[in-house]
Design a protein around this ligand. Structure first.
Ligand code: ZN
Length: 218
């Protein structure tokens, strides 16, 4: 059973659906040549793609260009349908930093043919996740900072203030289509600075000043 860990008690939480948002930061949409969406771009990953830092990530053999995308991840604690934006944060159990690993070559081919992104986004290890911390640890949800150090060099730095669709709106929007359930995860999109991974890489994910997880590439 796929699970995530909620600190400070190290409580294991069974994971339901894994929702992901694309193009939620203007500068990242621009670096991939994508236009800004009028509504959130939503895709999902299978729970089998969930990956914890205790094991190295094995890059899939069917891709030669797997990119890291560093993202704030929401853990839903209380489910609901048609959740109002004003109530959305009451449904959050915690926040983590994750990697939406993406086989960019496979995704580009799918985009060109108008096909789904499932293979490019859903392979084993494609949803790397740190432990979660409770909402009071991060403070103002509109000012959450997170970052990636790749092999000791800062490559991505995000702040929820730069989101095109903020956290409360994402929860509201998803809940108008899907019944959100306890244990659902929402990967909220990546800021600019994405790039390819190679064997031996080390990725350190931080939330504010707090180191959340270190992932290595096999
Ligand atoms: Zn992403």
């Amino acid at each position: 059973m796929p699970f995530v860990t909620l600190q400070p008690t190290a409580q294991p939480v069974p994971v339901g659906n894994i929702y992901c948002i694309g193009r939620n930061y203007a500068a990242h949409a621009a670096e991939l040549g994508n236009k800004i969406e009028e509504t959130p771009l939503v895709f999902i990953k299978p729970t089998s793609s969930l990956h914890h830092p205790d094991q190295p990530v094995a890059l899939p053999a069917f891709s030669n260009d797997v990119h890291f995308e560093t993202e704030l991840v929401i853990l839903i604690g209380k489910g609901g349908k048609h959740i109002a934006e004003a109530d959305a944060l009451q449904h959050v159990a915690g926040y983590a930093v994750g990697l939406d690993l993406t086989a960019r070559d496979v995704q580009s081919a799918a985009k060109a043919k108008g096909l789904p992104w499932t293979l490019a986004k859903g392979f084993d290890g494609a949803a790397c996740i740190s432990d979660f911390v409770e909402p009071d640890v991060v403070g103002d949800v509109g000012q959450i900072q997170f970052s990636l150090m790749l092999n000791g060099v800062r490559r991505q730095a995000g702040n929820t203030a730069m989101m095109l669709f903020p956290v409360p709106y994402l929860i509201h929007y998803l809940s108008t289509v899907f019944t959100l359930q306890p244990g659902d995860l929402i990967y909220t999109g990546t800021p600019e600075g994405v790039g390819p991974l190679t064997s031996g890489d080390e990725l350190v994910l931080s939330l504010g000043d707090r180191t959340m997880a270190t992932f290595s590439i096999a």
